[in-house]
Write a protein that binds this ligand. Sequence first.
Ligand SMILES: Cc1ncc(COP(=O)(O)O)c(C=O)c1O
Length: 314
Amino acid sequence: MASPKYASLDGEIVAWDDARVHIASAGFKFGTAVFEGLRGYWNADEEEMYLFRMAEHMDRLTFSQRFMRFDELLTPQTVTEKTLDLIQANGFKGENLHIMTTAYVSGQGGPGVCGPIGLAITAQERPRSERVISGVTAQVSSWMRVPDQAMPMRVKCNANYNNGRLATVQAVADGYDTAIFLNSRGKVSEGPGMCFFMVRDGVPITPSVTNDILESITRETVLELIEEIFGVAPVERDIDRSELMAADEAFFCGTAWEVTPILGIDRVAVGGGDIGPMTKRLQDTFFAVSDGTSGTHPEWRMPVYGTAAAKAAE
Ligand SMILES: Cc1ncc(COP(=O)(O)O)c(C=O)c1O
């Protein structure tokens, strides 16, 4: 897909090819940066672009900056405003977006340098990937999820993502679509960039937030939707590796992965090897909530263009 016209760098809208950082910056050298991946969902009927759970993403960006002890914190207001400006400048309409908002140390020095802080934002059209619909296979990785006392996954720090890279490239080399990490206690943690759920006897189960996972906003969304749709209380607890083989259904969730069925783990079919009925219903509901077609949970959607409000005012 062609590059968009503009990116946003340090508060300015710049041509895509001019969005560069210095090679001596700590952000570039050590991955001293924190980010949020978000989605914009296009609602054709309303001719509106909705940012999904922007406020929660901005809260997490603040937490990550604070945790990394950045000299100054970019506020949710600033990052939100610059993100809206960028999408409007590009004039994206008609397709879903993937957005990245990154607070990075532009200061030059060692890994301990704490500022100044730059802001980099990209927004690109990204249609829903085929694998989200059709499902994926996963390998239980021989790489361990980095433990909280080493590099907390709770913090969305760019450098953390090389742990996920190792597991992903190994899984793909071995003929799988992606990986599932175990943590230092041998319990199921999450995927390289998404959280894990399984269903056993009608009850959705997911690793608790003390299993070296990112405190995922989609996971929170899914936990809430499960109660609403099925009237079942999902369970957050440790999951043993052996339990994966007992799952009737399994799926990943996350901003990029939305709700993605898992068809097989370690070449063993999950349930019947098809998309499970709870997973399918949850996926349909998630799609309809995120682009606003269901009309429910308006508090989760931030309009970019204000089309509905403008129409209402006419
Ligand atoms: C490591 C990791 N786990 C889980 C997730 C899912 O988090 P969220 O739903 O907030 O996007 C992500 C990001 O998408 C991630 O990078």
